[in-house]
Ligand binder design. Structure first.
Ligand code: PLP
Length: 478
């Protein structure tokens, strides 16, 4: 395929959009410019391939296809069947999973599908049975009350939010925290690492129905074999949310005890982070849960997104190629180089380094909150996100951490040398930023001072660093 084809495809698409609403075409073009010019270190973001992006922009979007392959509630779904079956086949082969359900629209949907599947599998509830046999419309208000009562007080044990867990793992503001009585396991305050003995102790005391492994902001490998043993010892179903590190599993960087698929009963993921696919979710599971998982629609989901399933099939096919394993290894090599560069310059890192795609800087070492650091870096053309650190004194809004990740820069082709330069830019900004004060003189958690000339200089250096590694090099919209 000629590189020209990609350029022609996107230029033509924008021309068609421009004829209807030019401001949307302009925004799409501006987004490409912004992404090209900024040093993107958001650990949960990436750049999908042109083939993946194009698979989403078509008439598959027009199709309703509730149900599963070959068993739809709508007529004319033969082509949706083709792409859904392909995506599921690629997912099974890639991860060595017995079953794959590729309909979830996002990671949160995938987790909800998994929770309901486990509840349906494990909890004796006549009301839930009724809901599961696709008679949701027939449920009376009394049935819903019964359902809640019968399911009530089921327990979930997951990683705490400030230790790096995700809010869908049972935290109050999320529906999972309303569905489940949740308790968390944290990390060892001295090392920042998961203490498996403490997890086992919490499991023995709490006796959860579901033990959840997986994280959004934990920079180390997790031993899923040990977590499975803990789950088995208390009769819990073991679920892993590998949303963040699915690309490292796909690329065989995480194998053996660190690959969740052979150990967990059920695994959920997003497809758009290190896996580098379209924005979406997926559930992998062992055969005994497959039937319940496939009932994601109508229990949790409505119509699937066939255009996104088509893109999932493309991205998963890409992840099965040998060069994806090389990509996954480079993600980790880059994260480790970035961590080493920061440590050498005096930064404080949670756990003192990384085994995966992310690094968590404790910016209290620079006298800043996460909010101040995030904004100062953004002023300097470096896109990151603030994040809690374990036992964070600044809470989830201001935080004391900055989470940075390498999947996106690695896709652009940046390597170890550029990671050291990136560490230098980050350190310079953080070291030169000072925390501000409120009008009454009290310390502010949001205000900060950074010399605008320095911010501009760093932004130019960031652009120079990116210049030899253009994003979507074949696409010219000018
Ligand atoms: N699970 C984990 C571990 C995540 O990090 C995230 C997103 O950040 C999600 C689930 C939710 O994914 P989505 O934003 O696609 O709903």
């Amino acid at each position: 395929m000629s590189r020209n084809a990609e350029s022609t495809a996107f230029r033509s698409a924008l021309e068609v959009i421009r004829a209807v609403e030019p401001r949307v075409a302009d925004a799409i073009g501006a987004e490409l410019t912004d992404q090209r010019e900024s040093l993107k270190l958001i650990a949960s973001e990436n750049y999908a391939s042109p083939a993946t992006l194009l698979a989403m922009g078509n008439w598959f979007s027009d199709k309703y296809a509730e149900g599963t392959v070959g068993r739809r509630f709508y007529a004319g779904c033969q082509n949706v069947d083709t792409v859904e079956a392909l995506a599921a086949e690629h997912a099974r082969e890639l991860f060595g999973a017995a079953h794959a359900y590729v309909q979830p629209h996002s990671g949160i949907d995938a987790n909800l599908v998994a929770f309901w599947a486990v509840l349906a599998d494990r909890v004796e509830s006549p009301a839930l049975k009724k809901a599961q046999v696709r008679q949701v419309n027939d449920l009376t208000e009394a049935d819903w009350f019964a359902l809640r009562r019968e399911l009530g007080n089921q327990r979930m044990l997951g990683m705490s939010l400030d230790a790096g867990g995700h809010l869908t793992h049972g935290f109050r503001p999320n529906i999972s925290g309303k569905m489940f009585d949740q308790r968390s396991y944290g990390t060892d305050p001295a090392t920042g690492l998961i203490d498996y003995d403490r997890v086992a102790e919490a499991a023995r005391e709490f006796k959860p129905l579901i033990l959840v492994g997986g994280y959004s902001a934990y920079p180390r490998k997790v031993n899923f074999r040990i977590l499975r043993e803990i789950a088995d010892s208390v009769g819990a179903t073991f679920m892993v949310d590998m949303a963040h590190f699915a690309g490292l599993v796909a690329g065989k960087v995480f194998t053996g005890d660190f690959d969740p698929v052979p150990h967990a009963h059920i695994v959920t993921t997003t497809t758009h982070k290190s896996l580098r696919g379209p924005r979406g979710g997926m559930v992998l599971c062992q055969p005994e849960l497959a039937d319940q998982v496939d009932r994601g629609c109508p229990m949790v989901l409505g119509g699937p997104l066939p255009h996104v399933m088509a893109a999932k099939a493309v991205a998963l096919a890409e992840a099965r190629r040998p060069d994806f394993a090389d990509y996954a290894q480079r993600i980790v090599d880059n994260a480790q180089a970035l961590a080493e560069g920061l440590l050498r310059r005096g930064a404080k890192l949670v756990t003192g380094g990384t085994d995966n795609h992310l690094v968590l800087i404790d910016v209290s070492g620079y006298g800043l909150t996460g909010r101040q650091a995030e904004q100062a870096l953004l002023d300097s053309g470096i896109v990151t996100n603030r994040n809690s650190v374990p036992q964070d004194p600044n809470g989830a809004w201001y935080t004391s951490g900055i989470r940075i990740g390498t999947p996106a820069l690695t896709t652009r082709g940046l390597g170890i040398a550029e990671m050291d330069q990136t560490a230098e830019l980050i350190h310079t900004v953080l070291a030169q930023t000072t925390a501000g004060a409120n009008a009454d003189g009290t310390p502010s958690k949001a205000k900060y001072t950074l010399d605008p000339d320095l911010a501009d200089k760093i932004a130019r250096q960031a652009t120079d660093l990116l210049a030899p590694h253009p994003l979507y090099p074949a696409i010219d919209l000018s």
